[in-house]
Design a protein around this ligand. Structure first.
Ligand code: GUN
Length: 296
């Protein structure tokens, strides 16, 4: 193995430190303590863990955390009326409705009901459109985390070939927009792409966000590429004992690491960046709502 491991935990810790310093300055200079509301509907075990981590890290950064846990039987009207209350609450600067929602609730309608100025997930069409237009926007957290890790590995991305595998609204499309804005030449590949391996082999920067365990193999990697693995897939691991599981990414790590120059591990790569970027977005939202300028 030759690749350097990109330590997402360390980069995320540094970002959380910056966020805490901005929160402290906002409170001292303007008497503002940003607040983040997280809404969890139902009992999805992974979502419960994510939401608990978000709440803890919000408080650790010096902000207010408002947790709203609703039963899986909540009606869309009930959820929309909570969103309306959070939109109107001046103590709330950021609103995140944890996805996926239980069946019967339409995530698109719920996201469209969030005030775009408080949409710290960056999923409202207004923010997606602003990102595409190159206007300051709240940007989805995982893509923002990917961009920060890529910049930390490579510095200036001008003229580099980037291939993003996966075209979701949560990750693939916004990552492609961010890397385009950083002057990379971006190809957005997906499940219908012909000869995916040869498309990937063009990439100086390869971002895998497909949600298919170990789909990106060693022979997809150009020598010296930087590989960002967004996948978090739980798979059976009989080698650890009967009934045991483990987390793997979308990239066959050992194979890719033999050819790449730098690679994110799973876990400990992109994952820790997501919440750190959520906290950063919450401070940005708190500042913009009050007409204070936010650094680009
Ligand atoms: N579930 C998994 N990732 C995310 C995310 O980035 N935002 C929201 N709201 N839900 C998620």
């Amino acid at each position: 193995m030759s690749a350097r491991v990109i330590d997402g935990k360390r980069v995320a810790e540094a970002l959380r430190g910056e966020v805490a310093a901005r929160v402290a300055a906002l409170e001292t200079r303007h008497g503002v303590k940003p607040g983040l509301a997280v809404v969890l509907v139902g009992e999805d075990p992974a979502s419960k863990v994510y939401v608990a981590n978000k709440a803890r890290q919000t408080v650790e950064a010096g902000m207010r955390s408002f947790e709203h846990k609703l039963p899986a039987t909540t009606s869309e009207g009930g959820l929309l009326s909570l969103v309306a209350r959070l939109n109107a609450d001046d103590a709330v600067d950021g609103i995140l409705v944890q996805l996926p929602l239980p069946s019967g609730l339409d995530a698109t309608r719920v996201i469209e009901a969030i005030d775009p100025a408080k949409d710290v997930d960056g999923l409202h069409p207004m923010n997606a459109g602003r990102l595409m237009a190159g206007i300051p926007a709240l940007v989805p957290c995982t893509p923002l985390g990917c961009q920060k890790l890529i910049r930390s590995a490579l510095g200036d991305l001008t003229g580099l070939e980037a291939v993003v595998v996966g075209r979701s609204i949560l990750v693939g499309k916004p990552v492609a927009q961010l890397l385009t804005a950083d002057n990379a030449t971006v190809t957005l590949a997906h499940s219908r792409t012909r000869d995916l391996a040869s498309v990937c082999r063009r990439a100086d920067i390869l971002v895998a966000a497909v949600g298919k365990p170990l789909m990106i193999r060693g022979d997809f990697i150009k020598k010296g590429a930087v590989v960002i693995d967004v996948g978090i897939n739980r798979v059976p691991a009989p080698e650890l004992g009967e009934g045991r599981t483990r987390l793997v990414g979308d990239v066959a790590y050992e194979e890719a690491a033999a050819t790449a120059s730098a690679i994110t591990p799973v876990p400990g790569g992109v994952g820790p960046m997501t919440i750190a970027c959520l906290l950063s977005n919450t401070v940005d939202a708190a500042m913009r709502r009050r007409g204070l300028s936010v650094k680009a």
